[in-house]
Design a binder for this molecule. Structure first.
Ligand code: SF4
Length: 372
């Protein structure tokens, strides 16, 4: 198979992994890669926007993850790129100024460390032979050895290891091959430690991803884990990927329960809203309101749900409130809050129109604010 033909297949198969920030919104999902195939617009974990070449090294996989179309038992066209082959094609894109980085993942080829060896070799060629100093995001394969992880961290700007489910009992429903504590949690802890102690000067980032709707998990479980990933392991970003019906084994919950794929995408969207509340609005776990089934409301955004259940907090005086209080008002985001605080140094606000919100957000805040 020609290199370009393989790249087309492997890039297509990498689309289910969102841990590089491509495809985190419903709009992104509809967007194709810029090149029609493997060049993806992304928001980098450390901020800023870029175009990445996003691909797998191989879609061969010996693992059995029921939600994944690459699982060993699935009959698909399999192929691999060699490290030198991929490094060369990536550098050609860099020279043409078409990409500003690479996201490199892979199915499990033989063993976790054999795969890591190929991933790290590719990055090494890019760094050492081609003297590339730009952005490299490497996937850490579950079960990778400490030495392989350390080598990845020495080569990459960002690494990611997908946690997949909140807890080992959930993962057991999806894979007999992966050991949750040893293959996922242990390496995540090691990455966190190495980033803090050995690679602090490099400012390496680590991200992860949950698969949503495949193991009967609740949003409450996912969000509880998300808080711990941010607070205890200091991950840079947590991503959520709604399980896409028809890709996995017929025994997994989202297949059995005839869940509407749009409802699952909506669930993913609500999880991203909560993630935003955690990272930018200082929301705590107890501030997130779940329905009796442990999930977020699909009908209402989680910030509005919190506000409606906390009438004692409102109305907020726009001219007196601090940043965190302003951020609790539905319709006011971090940028608006900053702007309000900045302008308040010179004057007081006297009406909604002066806040510079769009019509939708102006309507939203009316129930929750006063001006004096
Ligand atoms: S390890 Fe699991 S999720 Fe990763 S490629 Fe293989 S089957 Fe898919």
């Amino acid at each position: 198979m020609e290199t370009i033909e393989k790249l087309k297949i492997l890039s297509q198969d990498s689309q289910y992994d969102l841990a590089c920030a491509c495809g985190t919104t419903k709009e992104d999902r509809r967007r194709r890669g810029l090149d029609g195939k493997w060049l993806y617009p992304v928001t980098l974990p450390q901020g800023g926007y870029s175009i990445l070449l996003k691909t797998l090294l191989s879609n061969h996989c010996l693992s059995d993850c029921k939600y994944c179309p690459l699982r060993a038992e699935n009959n698909i066209i399999r192929c691999s790129l060699q490290p030198e082959e991929l490094a060369k094609i990536f550098i050609e894109y860099v020279i043409k100024n078409k990409v500003a980085g690479i996201f490199l993942s892979s199915g499990v080829i033989g063993s976790a460390d054999n795969t890591m060896d190929k991933i790290n070799s590719t990055a090494k060629i890019i760094r050492e032979k081609y003297k590339y100093k730009g952005y490299i995001h490497l996937k850490i394969i579950p079960g990778a050895s400490d030495a392989a992880i350390e080598e990845s961290l020495s080569l990459a700007n960002t690494v990611s290891l997908n946690i997949e489910t909140p807890g080992q009992n959930r993962l057991k429903k999806l894979s007999l091959n992966k050991n949750y504590l040893n293959d996922i949690i242990r390496p995540l802890k090691l990455i966190s430690k190495l980033i803090e102690e050995k690679f602090a000067h490099k400012k390496v980032k680590c991200t992860t991803q949950f698969i949503v709707g495949a193991s009967d998990e609740t949003d409450s479980e996912i969000i509880n884990y998300t808080f711990n990933l941010y607070n205890k392991l200091r991950l840079q970003r947590v991503y959520f990927s709604a399980y896409q019906k028809g890709l996995g084994d017929s025994s997994i919950p989202a297949e059995q329960k005839d869940i509407n794929p749009h409802a699952l995408l909506n669930r993913e969207h609500r999880l991203y809203q909560v993630d935003f509340l955690i990272r930018k609005y200082n929301f705590k776990f107890q501030d997130i309101i779940f329905e009796s089934n442990g999930n977020l409301s699909l009908d209402k955004d989680p910030k509005l749900t919190w506000a409606e259940q906390h009438p004692e907090f409102f109305p907020v005086n726009i001219n007196k409130a601090d940043k965190w209080t302003l951020l609790r008002i539905p319709g006011i985001g971090p940028k608006t809050a900053e702007l309000i605080l900045k302008n308040r140094r010179y004057r007081n606000f006297s009406c909604y129109e002066e806040l510079g919100l769009n019509r939708n957000n102006t309507e939203k805040i009316k129930k929750f604010v006063i001006f004096s």
